[in-house]
Design a protein around this ligand. Structure first.
Ligand code: 5GP
Ligand code: ZN
Length: 120
């Protein structure tokens, strides 16, 4: 199931270090190495699938990832306010034109600043 060539599988295996924020039996949340906002956490399923659309074949794991993102948003605080209360964004870049660079499904949780819309 794990893909030896996949960066996020290597993080899950403990072969590549990551700043883990929270985890469940099905999902892992860790800080993005190049944060684009005060909170920028990646939430990934432990299962190796290429993108969120493929993760939809495993509804329990998809729900777990979204629920873990919610928990992180409730815990992350900036100036005393939880990201969940201020508003945050969950993004799943899918495919190269949408700037997906790691082909293991992941949600970007972005918060802690005003987020523009539409994204660039
Ligand atoms: P994508 O572009 O595929 O939507 O998102 C991949 C994300 O993974 C990028 O935001 C990138 O900064 C992050 N990333 C790439 N390599 C590493 C790494 O080794 N560790 C961590 N924590 N994040 C990484
Ligand atoms: Zn993987």
């Amino acid at each position: 199931m794990a893909d030896d060539d996949c960066l996020f599988c290597r993080i899950l295996a403990g072969e590549v270090p990551a700043d883990v924020v929270r985890e469940t039996g099905l999902s892992l949340a860790f800080r993005d190495i190049t944060p684009q906002a005060p909170t920028h956490v990646l939430v990934i399923p432990r299962r190796h699938v290429a993108n969120l659309a493929e993760l939809a074949e495993y509804p329990g794991e998809l729900a777990d990832a979204v629920s873990l993102a919610r928990s992180v948003a409730e815990e992350e605080r900036h100036d005393g306010t939880a990201v969940a209360d201020e508003g945050y964004r969950l993004v799943a870049n899918t495919g190269s034109r949408a700037h997906q660079t790691v082909f293991h499904a992941h949600l970007h949780l972005l918060g802690g600043r005003d987020l523009g819309w539409p994204p660039g």
